[in-house]
Design a protein around this ligand. Structure first.
Ligand SMILES: NC(=O)c1ccc[n+]([C@@H]2O[C@H](COP(=O)([O-])OP(=O)(O)OC[C@H]3O[C@@H](n4cnc5c(N)ncnc54)[C@H](OP(=O)(O)O)[C@@H]3O)[C@@H](O)[C@H]2O)c1
Length: 294
């Protein structure tokens, strides 16, 4: 089968499309014919050799965590050909093994489904960790990307108000997800103040705003970051340990089935263009998701 792999850490050019043995599912796992795989920022961080403590690997290594596809033979509880989405490893490939999966709701495309697992697990985790309650206001710095899009829609479903920062091109997008919005960049703290008081804040972009988020909430315990490694030096929690992926998938299916969750796919790339997908993701301005289609 064809699979994206890298034999040394480095830039996008270390990614190669190779012929590889098909993977075999171990106990509790499932093997799928991949139809789409999500491009998460962690994929290029791992490719560069960052995050090795959280994502230990031996080279050469495959790429990718999230995928959607069709089930192969011999799995209890699902039939051959069932459409599933979930989280596994080396998902930029024709076949991959998933450790956690759920059946795709009717009407969902593989491309869209591949984008949900990791970002929904992260969104649900950080909303829980920042302890924001229905009726309160959550400030989300970096609201238009994958995790931000998920946070805004979970918050809306729970009755949590959101003030969002995003780039100029994404103001209407985040407003469409129910947030009051303003741009990041010079003067953003004052613009947020004008939108109203905030009870808690999430840093999803790692853009060096932890001090300002503490100032706006009045308490480092009311701020959580997923992207600023210096956050803990300022007394703010850095959230990096995944919660329950099966619970996140169940919540995702529930929200999708109720029609209250939709994260757009900004662009789909063929397996041969994984390096371009990484270059575009690394540029840091994804609206929703980018995916590899197989
Ligand atoms: N710790 C964890 O468990 C965990 C889990 C998942 C992701 N992450 C990390 O969290 C980050 C976000 O992930 P993602 O999948 O949501 O990424 P993504 O889809 O690539 O989105 C990146 C977003 O950052 C925004 N952005 C860029 N510069 C900004 C700035 N100066 N201020 C505010 N926002 C800015 C962009 O907004 P515009 O396009 O509107 O400019 C874009 O929407 C990545 O660094 C990723 O590695 C961590």
């Amino acid at each position: 089968m064809r699979k994206v792999s890298f034999a040394e850490f480095g830039g996008p050019d270390v990614l190669q499309l190779i012929d590889a043995e098909e993977p075999h599912a171990g106990p509790g796992q499932i093997r799928i014919a991949v139809r789409a795989a999500d491009v998460n920022p962690v994929d290029w961080r791992v490719r560069e050799g960052q995050k090795l403590a959280a994502h230990p690997l031996t080279l050469p290594s495959g790429v990718g965590l999230d995928a959607a596809g069709e089930v192969g033979a011999g799995v209890e509880g699902v039939a051959v050909g069932d459409r599933v989405f979930g989280e596994g490893s080396s998902t930029y490939a024709e076949f991959a093994v998933l450790a956690h999966w759920a059946r795709m709701p009717e009407g969902l495309t593989f491309e869209e489904a591949a984008g949900y697992p990791c970002i929904m697990e992260t969104a649900l985790r950080v909303i829980g960790e920042v302890s924001v309650l229905p009726g309160q206001t959550l400030l989300v710095s970096g609201a238009s990307g994958g995790v931000g899009s998920a946070v805004l829609q979970v918050a809306r479903d729970r009755g949590i108000a959101v003030i969002a920062t995003a780039g100029p091109a994404n103001q209407e997008y985040v407003r469409g997800l129910g947030a009051r919005a303003t741009t990041y960049g010079d003067g953003w703290v004052e613009r947020v103040r004008q939108l109203g008081p905030v009870d808690a804040a999430l840093d999803l972009a790692g853009s060096g705003v932890i001090r300002e988020l503490i100032e706006l909430t009045g308490d480092p315990n009311k701020v959580v970051s997923i992207a600023d490694l210096d956050a803990s030096d300022l007394g703010v929690r850095f959230s990096g340990v995944a919660g329950s992926v099966p619970d996140a998938l169940a919540t995702t299916v529930d929200l999708l089935t109720r029609g209250t969750l939709h994260i757009p796919v900004e662009k789909a790339y063929p397996l041969t263009d994984a390096a371009t997908a990484h270059i575009d993701s690394q540029a840091g301005h994804t609206r929703g998701r980018r995916v590899i289609v197989v």
